[in-house]
Design a binder for this molecule. Structure first.
Ligand code: PEP
Length: 241
């Protein structure tokens, strides 16, 4: 059986004290699922140190689409790998919205991540207006389209997965329904191939994690707000196996 994946996305939250405390607690836990935490870039080193020797992995929330060089403020995939990251979130809707990341940028970033041997988590999702207009599937299909170039060059299911994160469900407390999740995960697997893992993200909490995890086609979850609370995050990880 393939292990489910739980990825915590701390967004731009935390401090040396808070992250240290939470990860000291996390490292004593054991779950059946594959668990990772994506902390803000300045704390990656700290997180890697804290989780050294544990089964937990550290990931980045973003990565540059460029290789090393004159790109002030950017962090390359090589650097992430160098400090001990194992994965990177790419194309989160907050990056697409506030930092104008296009589908082409997202594919460029995934290419860098794959080049250095990190695992990529590519986020896709529709707005409420797109869903209401019956365009959710078309939006997701278009966000996935450019991934085929990398897939043709060997980017298999062991190299990246997709996180389906309906934009209207992120940070709103309103998760998508089981039917909506099942149907979109099936669609994504139809677009990419059924062997690609698809995570769900959007208001996953301790209270709904078991139900979400049991939906057909859900290979794990990407957790924002609830990953900041060690107790809630632990319950979500337990719900994943
Ligand atoms: C996210 O940031 O990817 C996310 C899903 O956030 P939340 O769990 O808070 O909705």
């Amino acid at each position: 059986m393939i292990r489910k994946r739980v990825v915590g996305n701390w967004k731009m939250n935390g401090s040396t004290a808070v992250i240290g405390e939470v990860l000291d607690q996390l490292r004593t836990e054991r779950y059946g699922a594959e668990v990772s935490v994506c902390v803000p870039a300045p704390y990656l080193h700290l997180a890697v140190d804290k989780l050294a020797g544990s089964p937990f992995q550290v990931g980045a929330q973003n990565v540059s689409e460029y290789g090393d060089g004159a790109y002030t403020g950017e962090v390359s995939a090589r650097m992430l790998k160098d400090v001990g990251c194992k994965l990177a979130i790419i194309g989160h809707s907050e990056r697409r919205r506030y930092f104008a990341e296009s589908d082409a940028t997202v594919v460029g970033k995934l290419a860098r991540v794959l080049e250095v041997g990190l695992y990529g988590i590519v986020c896709v999702g529709e707005t409420l207006a797109e869903r209401d207009a019956g365009r959710a599937e078309a939006k997701i299909e278009s966000q996935l389209a450019q991934l085929h170039t990398l897939m043709a060059r060997g980017a298999g299911p062991d190299r990246f997965c997709v996180a389906y994160e309906p934009i209207w469900a992120i940070g709103t407390g309103r998760a998508a329904s089981s039917e909506q999740i099942a149907s979109m995960h099936e669609w994504i697997k139809r677009c990419l191939g059924s062997s690609y893992a698809v995570l769900y993200g959007g208001s996953v909490k301790a209270g709904n994690a078991t139900e979400i995890m049991s939906i057909a086609g859900v290979d794990g979850v990407l957790v924002g707000g609830a990953s900041l609370d060690v107790k809630d995050f632990g319950e979500i990880c337990r719900a994943a196996g």
